[in-house]
Design a protein around this ligand. Structure first.
Ligand code: PLP
Length: 376
């Protein structure tokens, strides 16, 4: 690979696609089986094998997977579900789709995942479930979350959309502990199908329900115009599945590359006082590096940093806004100041360019530019 020139723009994210993706996409195109064909089933089998679970149900997006998970757990009108305000909006929206209420609880200042103590304190009469988000690929405190769920009789839906490949403190793969879990494959994710997602069921009954609901409520043995109940069109097409099969074949290498880049960033950023690098692991966990979110020192002018990096051709993004402050969640009564840890992280986080084909020279360029834009 030839090194990109010094002034070439550096994007925030970029999918890593190669000849194998082209080959499998062509295979599907030539087969004429663009939906519900063998490539979809192959993707599901390969994904389940990679993750080490019995079954996996492919869906059209991570959001669709979460929505079906909420339905499978029976969460609906009047039910309260404990979740994180520091997440992508879909992890709360999936509850709203079914009339359930997201009950936000603050996050751990280091990992930025749901703080189990805050969740415990928020349990009330109407609490039916807990929806931990493994944010930025950092595994949530699942042992504590499971303990809380057992004590209060709650279901668990894992939002693993950002965390494929993460291993938690007990050595278990993220997405394998909750009653159900959802992964996502948007192009900035650890692996991509363009759009797409995967739901992990807790058993065959769940799996059959998910497969029916993603396909307009049809059962496997039903005709196209037979519907056993309410359903959606949440199918994943076979062209997307072909991308998924190809990406899975080298997912281990893609994850290793991301981890190597994160280590390089940490090394380079160590000398910049106004920048706090994300924690790699607090104990024996293994983070799956999704994005590279640094935190700027309190009082830094983040917008100015983004603008100055952009002048140097370097993309960066304020990341993430807190969910509870979006208009449709304010309608439920949420306000500034309720979740100080999440709000502080949200105000200071900045995602830097991060993708497998990024070179060491590009990491160096980003860090040098960042150092120049910040007061020393
Ligand atoms: C934490 C989290 N939840 C849910 C989703 C939704 O996934 P999708 O965009 O595939 O619907 C995402 C994806 O961006 C995410 O980051």
């Amino acid at each position: 690979m030839t090194a990109p020139p010094d002034n070439e723009p550096i994007p925030l994210a970029a999918p890593d696609l190669g000849e194998r993706e082209e080959q499998l996409v062509l295979e599907v195109l030539r087969s004429g089986r663009l939906s519900l064909g063998p490539m979809g089933e192959r993707f599901e089998r390969a994904f389940a094998a990679w993750l080490g679970v019995e079954d996996a149900v492919a869906v059209s997006s991570g959001t669709a997977g979460l929505h079906l998970g909420v339905r499978a757990l029976g969460w609906g009108a009047g039910d309260e579900v404990l979740t994180s305000p520091f997440s992508f909006v879909a992890s709360a929206n999936c509850l709203l789709y079914e009339g359930a209420r997201p009950v936000f609880c603050d996050v751990d200042p280091e990992t930025l995942d749901l703080d189990p103590a805050a969740a415990e304190a928020a349990v009330g009469e109407g609490t039916r479930g807990i929806l931990p988000v493994h944010i930025f690929g950092y595994p949530a405190a699942m042992a504590e979350i499971e303990g809380l769920a057992t004590r209060h009789g709650l279901g668990i839906l894992e939002d693993a959309c950002e965390a494929l490949g993460a291993i938690d403190a007990e050595g278990r793969a993220v997405g394998t502990r909750g009653n159900l879990a959802a992964f996502a494959f948007y192009p900035n994710k650890q692996m991509t199908t363009g759009e797409g997602g995967m739901t992990i069921p807790s058993g065959p009954e769940d799996a059959a329900r998910l497969r029916s609901e993603r396909n307009q409520g049809r059962a496997r043995d039903m005709g196209w115009l037979d519907h056993g109940g309410l359903g959606f069109n949440y199918r994943l097409g076979d062209l997307a599945a072909a991308l998924g099969v190809a990406q899975l074949e080298r997912l281990d290498r893609l994850l290793e590359r991301r981890a190597a880049l994160a280590a390089l960033y940490a090394e380079r950023l160590a000398g910049i006082e106004a920048v706090e690098a994300p924690v790699a692991a607090r104990g024996s966990e293994r983070r799956s590096w999704f994005v590279y979110p640094v935190r700027l020192a309190a009082g830094s002018d983040r917008d100015a940093v983004v603008a100055r990096l952009a002048e140097r051709g370097i993309a960066s993004k304020a990341y993430l806004p807190c969910i509870h402050l979006f208009p449709h969640l304010r309608e439920l009564g949420y306000r500034e100041g309720q979740f100080p840890v999440a709000e502080d992280a949200s105000a200071r986080s900045l995602a830097l360019p991060f993708f497998p084909s990024m070179t060491e020279a590009q990491v160096a360029r980003v860090c040098e530019a960042l150092a120049e834009t910040l007061p020393s």
